[in-house]
Ligand binder design. Structure first.
Ligand code: CP3
Length: 353
């Protein structure tokens, strides 16, 4: 009986067990579409407060857990959270995302970066992850997450989010030596941070290389993939049993290359049919891949897409998720319906078959 297992459901699937239905969670399941989050944001207007004051971050992480009982509970934080520990000051602006006060553009700035010491600079992460494990016990799996080197470098070099990535691409295509040094330093810091999250209680860790899909396949192989590999190799040396998930946004042209990262599970977005993704990825496990826009549809439509995705993914090695984060203004009630339906998928599929 699944309910009696000491190992939570998502972790069992991530380790390769074939289960009755895929485990389910949602990227960005904590956040703006939830009224409870918006209310709390009025009391703590700064994102850094919400994510770095342990009691607040614990509360936000648990809001979707209490509302929907997802199979995965993700730490509420951001990919730029470790940067101040390297000496890179940042803020997260409402509606805009990360802002880097002094973007890195020179060799001297790269040379000045400090190695990450998470016990010193990220003590709140330990408090949060320990509390989440305590709270969910073996009823759910606690996920940690980090940004990948290319995506973090994109924020730090550009100074903010970008549509064109022209500053970092200018650097990549004119002064690659400096950028490679920077990516290497980021990779080592991120590996330390993943290990720390695992030591603090994260049972699965997802690495977001959100903006690596902005690179051509050949540039992905030069500036993104080797640094994903460098993080994953270092983590696997010390923590071989913790499943690692990789996400690249807009990854349709990159799936086979993502498979070379060393990640155990590849996130697939909705620009690829899940059955095609399975063929292209061979034995690797997959996560995804509903269009977040589906959650603006009718209940019937949401149910059909859930079942269709599960059928296409086939038995085992699949974590049901959206292909990217849940969108602001998504009706909470549809999120609730998504989770309820996904958790009955074994019965629903038997009826439909
Ligand atoms: O999945 C979860 O529930 C965990 C929460 C989470 C946040 N950021 C909280 C957040 C996660 C996993 C992230 C990762 C992250 N942050 C990524 C990778 C995931 C992806 O979307 O590809 C990226 C690229 C960032 C950078 C970032 N931070 C962006 C683009 C934004 C949104 C800007 C905006 O306002 O549209 C942020 C801010 C942020 N991080 C918000 C949340 C819930 C929104 C601000 C808020 O709600 O207060």
């Amino acid at each position: 009986m699944a309910e009696l297992s000491q190992v939570p459901y998502l972790l069992r699937a991530a380790r390769g067990e074939v289960l009755d239905r895929p485990p389910v969670w949602m990227m960005r399941q904590a956040g703006r579409y939830m009224k409870a989050y918006r209310d709390l944001r009025e009391k703590y207007p700064s994102f850094r407060e919400r994510s770095e004051i342990p009691e607040v971050a614990i509360e936000v992480s648990l809001q979707p857990w209490r509302a929907f009982q997802p199979d995965g509970v993700i730490l509420f934080s951001d990919i730029v959270t470790p940067l101040p520990g390297l000496g890179i000051e940042m803020d997260i602006a409402e509606g805009k995302g990360p802002i880097i006060h002094s973007p890195i553009r020179t060799q001297a700035q790269v040379d000045q970066l400090r190695p990450l010491e998470p016990e010193e600079s990220l003590p709140f992460i330990k408090t949060i992850l320990q509390a989440l494990r305590q709270e969910v016990g073996n009823q759910s799996t606690v996920l940690g997450f980090v940004g990948a080197p290319w995506t973090l470098a994109a924020y730090v070099v550009e100074g903010k989010g970008s549509k064109t990535y022209s500053v970092i691409k200018g650097m990549a295509f004119s002064d690659p030596t400096m950028l490679h040094q920077f990516l290497g330093k980021l990779a080592d810091a991120i590996a330390i941070y993943v290990r720390y999250q695992i030591d603090c209680g994260a049972q699965v860790v997802q690495m977001f290389d959100s903006w690596a899909g902005q690179l051509s396949p050949q540039d992905y192989e030069t500036f993104a993939l080797p640094y994903q590999q460098r993080v994953i190799q270092q983590v696997k040396q010390t923590h071989p049993d913790t499943p690692l998930i990789l996400l690249v946004s807009g990854s349709a042209g990159l799936l086979e290359k993502m498979a070379k990262s060393g990640a155990d599970i590849i996130t697939v977005d909705w620009t690829v049919d899940m059955a095609d993704a399975r063929t292209r990825l061979g034995n690797l496990k997959v996560q995804g891949n509903l269009d977040p826009g589906v959650l603006f549809g009718s209940h019937e439509f949401i149910k059909e897409r859930i079942l269709d995705t599960i059928r296409k993914a086939g038995h085992g090695g699949h974590i049901l998720n959206l292909g990217h984060g849940v969108l602001p203004n998504t009706p909470e009630e549809n999120v609730a319906y998504f989770f309820e339906t996904a958790k009955q998928a074994d019965n629903l599929l038997a009826v439909h078959a």
